[in-house]
Structures are given as structure tokens and as C-alpha cells.
Design a protein around this ligand. Sequence first.
Ligand code: S3P
Length: 745
Amino acid sequence: MAEIKNLLVVGLGLIGGSVALAARKAGFAERYLGVDLAQDERQGALTLGVVDEVSEHLEDLAPQADLIVLAVPVLAMEPVLQALKPHLKTDAILTDVGSCKAVIAEAAERVFGRQPANFILGHPIAGAERSGVAAAQVDLFRNRKVILTPTATNSPQALDQVRRLWKLAGAEVLEMDIRQHDEVLARTSHLPHLLAFSLVDTLARRDERLDIFRYAAGGFRDFTRVAASDPVMWRDIFLANREATLGALDEFLEGVQRLRDAVEHRDAEELVSTFTHAKSARDYFTALLNETGYQTMQNQKINFVTQPGGGPVQGRIRVPGDKSISHRSIMLGALAEGITQVKGFLEGEDALATLQTFRDLGVLIEGPHNGEVTIHGVGINGLKAPQDPLYLGNSGTSMRLLSGLLAAQSFDCELTGDASLSKRPMGRVADPLRLMGAEIETAEGGRPPLKIKGGQPLKGIHYDLPMASAQVKSCLLLAGLWAEGETSVTEPAPTRDHTERMLQGFGYPVKKDGATASLVGGGQLTACDIDIPADISSATFFMVAAAITPGSDLTLEHVGINPTRDGVINILRLMGADLELSNQREVGGEPVADIRVRYQPLKGIDIPEDQVPLAIDEFPALFIAAACAEGITRLRGAEELRVKESDRIQVMADGLQALGVDCTVLDDGIDIQGKGEAEAVFTTARLQCHHDHRIAMSFAVAGLRASGSITIEDCATVNTSFPGFAELASSVGMKLESERPAGRA
Ligand code: S3P
């Protein structure tokens, strides 16, 4: 069912024609009418099926029109309104697509005495440098922004109708006031057009034969694309938005003058500082333009394929930055007063999901660039409401920590994730947050998405964690920053304490009393510099690789060895591995060391239960070590492994069995029958990693002791924690390739 009978487009150019095409495709009106002074545009509009009926004269078609879109140059609006006035149906709705709004509002006042209630001013931020109805495109507005500038006297029904037209055309509709619109557009659209026109004109004047353009490649073409736009339309825009464009132009001229001086005086520092600032602003802008902001590689299909004969594993390497600390650096940096500089940031998708989330919450973050990130903190109460649901990809840490932080904000928000994250339990954070006074809705079974209602005052609680989880502990401590009184959390076993350490680094007092961590809400965080160590969880794949491959001697540099994370070192040593720690030091409140691993035969052990939370992410790789050890390795008290990115007990057991290793699965652990010094421990197989990065990397390591090739399917999630894993693995002697399966995206 069409929404209206007759839609009239006045001005059958690129924009007017595209509005008609988009509205027609969506079935918005029963009939489409067009008025244009130019015979060829009218003819073109009919031939191309843009409209059903055309005329040169407004009076022929205006009386039938229910909604009229004015798509004429800005300075032609007034005469067009004048001509329309006597022929308008009483309840006809008017809208326009002009690039300047104040001048059109003033024209309407002059013509009608005041801006009519049914005249909704609008501006689609879309276009192309080509003009005329022949250039019209049905999708021109899809995923583009349309700014409406309604006034208090506008009719809500008319506003609604115009909004619907644009939404049906696929656009995102925003509202602004008229003055703000003109100021913003002067800077983001009008000034760049003026510069492009000016640059091309200046160059062309110097070279009448236009020879120079033969040599003008990428940069020139990109910069001047818009200089091919319609001159009359742009003449009108500059005449109409004169004041705001002059302001923008003056600022720009000052900037150019500064650069001119810098070039003249060989001021390298000024040049590099201007360019660096511009580059990070542009990178930030690119991230904003990115639709989901943060985009995963997960729809790119990548398989890992190992070949036999890899190793020994040798060299000195540094694995990427710690994932847990990277998440927290963004969160606390964003909430701090001042600028936080981060080094060693993990440029993996999980940490990038957190980074993008804070951009969506209004925080300016520069980078990451070679692991460096600059966070312009907004202070404890400075976050802004996000426009859309916050998409956290595969990252459980982001979702659980953010749920605490966001439960305390004044605005509503929704947290979503990919297929793996959408299956993970969130009741463990939602339940205690509710006890603090938060309002959180989860999907069935306490799964994502989480819908958090803002404006709920939180009160501090004491909470005894039912499971050893740093994520739940951190979630509650973060919520506690805004809660009234003290929030304290007691854990059944020690879990990673990066949140507590980092809060203290930001000057926020955290009390530790045995198994209890507590803080009092209402304080401030002060920006600080953070040097993130290499991630011990990522280093683990290489520790195990060297520990199982005869002849290996590998050093991992600058690895974080926080005592709440060092279970893997203790377990491997108990298994007989030769691990040597050197260069131990403290960096930004976290202990680090270089770890040298030399091959030595391993033996099966009963893994001490107190080591389980300290090595919780390392078990998939440790299972590979267990398969290469002499005798049985038994793991108990590890039921948490079943709710990680995959059910790590079952998925690893399935893979090990497919590779010819005997194992017995228990609810909270596994027994693995190691093959010790056998020539080949693993057979050839094709395995699934169930979108779990650590499973994928663990089986890749198994390739070092396999008799044939191992293929691990769909390994793109490795990018969540360890971008560049396959390349680094090859560089130390592993035979591992990434393959794009044929016929898949
Ligand atoms: C993490 C805590 C652990 C760990 C995860 C990261 C963190 O999860 O498995 O990879 O950064 O706090 P749990 O708290 O669920 O054990």
C-alpha cells in the first residue's frame, strides 16, 4: 500500500531524480510527477521511468501533489516557492534537499509570512560529481545520512512523513538545528568543494593546454574529484551560506599560511606535527565511517595447514601485546582525566572491539599505530550515548567488563556479539549487577544481547564470586566506580588482577585483603602512560612448540608474568620442560621477563587444581603438550573451559581423537594419554576450531609432531588475539600456511 497518492519532484536532476527512483522502488507513492524547466531533463525522466508525468509548469502538477520535494539550486528555492504558493493543496507536505538551510528558511518566511508548518527542511548528505537526471541512482541515499532541520512550529505528521520517505530510501535520518547544519556543512562539504574548484582552476590557468593533468595521478584525482560538480549549484551554495563558509575559509587560510611558513623556514617539526595530527584525525574519521566501526575478518575464510617436518623451533621473538591489559587500558584511559598514551597495544580484533566501542561512546582515540594508542580521556562522567548497539564481535572480556561500566551510565545501550559470543553466559555479570541496582535484560538463558537501562543509581555490594572469574570481578569493580559506598568482591581462587593493578596506576585506590578486592565509588582516574607486555597466553603456543620439538631453543621477549597468569610456566615446569626466565623487571605495574624454552622430554602429570585459574586460557595448548608427554596428564576443576569461546574440553578432545590421541572427557576436565618420545604423536586430520582462536593455534602447534598434514578450518578468529600468528610461527621454523579455501569468500 502506497503511503501517498502523488509525489512531485521539482527539479529533475541527480538528487531529484534519485529521490523519485528510491521512493518508487519502495512503493511510497501511487504516482510520480516531475517539473523541470529543461526539456531534455523532462524527457530523460520520462524515458528512464523516473516519473510518470512531467511538465514545465508548476501549476500543471502542484495542485495534485501530496508531497513535494524541491530539488532545485538553493537560490532558485524562493522563486519556486513563490510560484508554488497559489497552487498548493491545503495539506500538501513540502520538503527540500538544499545544501544550506538558513537561506531557504528565510525564503519561505518571505514567501509565506512564516515557514509553513508542513515545510520540513532537509539535506541528504549524498551526491555525485555528475549531474542531471541521467545520473540519478536508485541507491544514492542507501546508508547515507539525511539531515532534517525541523523547527518547533513544524507539524509532527509532516515531519514523520518526510522521515519515512528518507528511511524508505535507505537513509539514516538525523536532526539538527538550522544554524548548526550550516556551520557543519560549511566545514565538511562547502570548504572542500571550494578548495577542489580552486586547485583545479589554479593549475589549469598555468597550463592552458592542460598537459599537466596527464601526469596527475592518485592524490590529485582523489583531492579534486568534487571539482567536477555542478557549477551553478555550487555558486548558489557559496552565495547562500556566505557567512559560515567565510569563517571556515579563514581558518583554512591560517592553516595553509602556517604550513607555508613551515616549508619556507624548513620547520620539519611543525610539518610532522601538523601531518601527524591530521593523519590520526583522518584515521579516526575512517573508523567512524566504518559502518560497524569495528569489522572482523571472520567472514574471510582462512584455513591453517601444517606440513610435517617442521622445527626445531628457534629464534628470539616478541608476541603481540596482552589482550586483557589492552582492553583495560582503553577502558580506564577513556574514563580518566587527561591523555593516556599506550604502547604495546594488541591490534587484535577483540581489543579493537573495545577501542571502537569507546569511540562509539564519544571518546577520541588515536591509533593504533604500531601498538601505540593515544586516548583523550573524557573523565568518569564524560561518556556519551552511542547511536547504535555496541558490537563486540567475539570478545567476552569486552562484553563482561563493559556491562559493569555501562550499567552505571545515564544512557541506555545494547551490547551484541558474533555467533560464538551470543552463546556465552552473561547471567554471571547481569545477576550481581542487578543486586547493585542495575537494570539489564538478557536474551533467553542469560545470553547476549544485553540491554542496559541507563540512569539507575548503583549501590556498592559485597559479592562472593561463585566461580573464579576475572571478568566478573572486573565487571563489578568497574560498576563500583560509580556506586554509592564500597563494592567488594571475594574470589574462590586467585584470578588475573590487571584491573586492580591498573586502577591503582590511574590513581584510584583499590584495597586488597586476601581473596577480597574492594573500592569505594565516586573517585576520579588520572591519565597515565601504559606499556603493555607481550601476552603470556599468546607466548604459550610458542612455549609449547619449543617444549615438544626436539632441538628447539626459543626466547620469547618481554612476556607478562603476572603471578595470576603464570600457571602455564608452573605446569610446563612440572611436566619437565626447560624454561628459563631472565631479565625480570616491572613495567608499568606488571612484572615481565624474557622466557627461554629448550626442548626436553615431557612427562604426564596431575595438574594441580590451584594452577587452573592461573592458566585458564592456556589449556588448549597444554593439551598438545600433554599428548607429547610420557604418560597420562589429568586435569580437574576446569569446568570454566566449557564456556570459553568454545567448549574447550570437548572441542580439544574431538580434535585430539581425530589426530589419534586417546583421551577421556570428564565434566570438569580431561585425561590425556601422552605418546612421549614416539616419532609422530599426531596423525593427519582435518579439524574444526569452532571459531575459537586458541583451539586453532593449538592444533597448528601440534603440526610439529604430526606424521602428515593437519588442516584446521575457519581460523580467521585467530585475529581476535594474535594477528600475524602464522607468519611468526613460520619465522621460527613451524611449517604452517594460511590457505583460502577455493570457492569461498
Ligand atoms: C579475562 C579473564 C578470563 C580469560 C579471558 C580474559 C580477562 O575469563 O579466560 O580470556 O581479561 O579478564 P574469565 O574471567 O571468564 O575466567
